[in-house]
Ligand binder design. Structure first.
Ligand code: AKB
Length: 313
């Protein structure tokens, strides 16, 4: 039997699907979902749930002790676009939640941690194409600065205190079960909803903005594979580059048009354009492939098929 797992931020875009998948794999009663607010009916009815503020150490510790939690997936965060509006709130949430979980692991109250980083750790001076695992970073967004600092702390806690922390730099994630919120890559989800509902979409990035993206099934598979890998295989304790596909809003529009003829996208770039322009256009994820066997499965057209099929149902 797998030891109990706690997911903090279980009602968000990644947390929801991670909760379902881990419950399938390890049994509903072994996966405790938690968030600052309740989630969808499907999630709430699928197993144990606790209301939990990720910035409250004592509250997390109580849940960890009560359920004898062994592993924590910390999915709560303020994403890039919202973080630009609320810099201090973003910093406090993104950093304090991480310290809470790292300190629980340092004190041996839990034995393993997953913490998500992002392509936002890179900045305008980073090589844009096939961005290497180790390169210039210099993030220029509040969110990117918090993720970059988080990566440094993860590596530090691993080296100094032996904390088994694992992380990937997620690209933009595309999913149909839960909407993303406050991200720069959110257009890549909104576009499918509007294509089906209205047949048109006004994109907040310009049509040629190429960004690294991934279908959620791949992201969940990567996360669980990394967490299941033997510790000695995990050589990177900051965070792994993770590649899926790279495309522009124009590429997406073409892919959707194959299913919805006449679908029209207009472009009205806003403040998120500057954020997107500071990020890589594609990612070199050879370290993840070599060290723990990462391999993406979904390309843009397969993603479009899955998204349209599931959103129609
Ligand atoms: C965002 O757009 O902020 C996120 C991310 C790339 O981390 N989806």
């Amino acid at each position: 039997m797998h030891k109990p797992i706690l997911i903090i931020g279980a009602c968000g875009q990644i947390g929801t699907e991670l909760t379902f998948e881990l419950r399938n794999k390890y049994g509903a009663e072994n996966v405790i979902a938690s968030d600052i607010r309740e989630g969808s009916n499907a999630l709430m009815q699928s197993g144990p749930f606790e209301l939990l503020d990720a910035t409250n150490y004592a509250a997390i510790e109580d849940v960890v002790m009560h359920y004898e939690i062994d592993e924590v997936y910390l999915m709560a965060a303020m994403l890039s676009a919202t973080a630009e509006k609320f810099p201090m709130r973003a910093w406090n949430l993104n950093m304090n939640s991480l310290f809470n979980v790292l300190n629980l692991a340092k004190e041996k109250k839990i034995s393993k941690v997953f913490w998500p980083s992002s392509i936002a750790v890179f900045g305008p001076n980073t090589p844009k194409k096939d961005t290497p695992q180790n390169t210039i970073m210099e993030p220029s967004t509040v969110y990117g600065i918090s993720k970059q600092s988080g990566e440094r702390w993860c590596e530090y806690y691993h080296k100094k205190y032996g904390v088994d922390v694992r992380s990937v730099r997620y690209p933009g994630l595309i999913s149909w079960k839960t909407m993303p919120g406050g991200g720069t890559t959110d257009y890549a989800v909104e576009i499918y909803h509007e294509a089906l509902n209205k047949g048109t979409y006004e994109c907040f990035l310009n049509g040629d903005t190429e960004l690294p993206m991934m279908y959620m099934d791949d992201a969940i598979r990567a996360t669980i594979r990394l967490m299941d890998s033997p510790s000695e295989k995990i050589k990177v304790r900051s965070s792994y580059n993770l590649g899926g596909m790279s495309f522009t809003p124009k590429d997406m529009a073409k892919s959707i048009e194959k299913h919805i003829p006449g679908f029209k996208v207009s472009y009205a770039p806003d403040f998120r354009q500057e954020i997107a322009d500071s990020w890589p256009s594609s990612i070199d994820d050879s370290a993840a492939r070599e060290q723990w066997g990462w391999e993406p499965r979904f390309d843009l057209d397969q993603t479009t098929e899955e998204m349209l099929k599931n959103l129609k149902e």
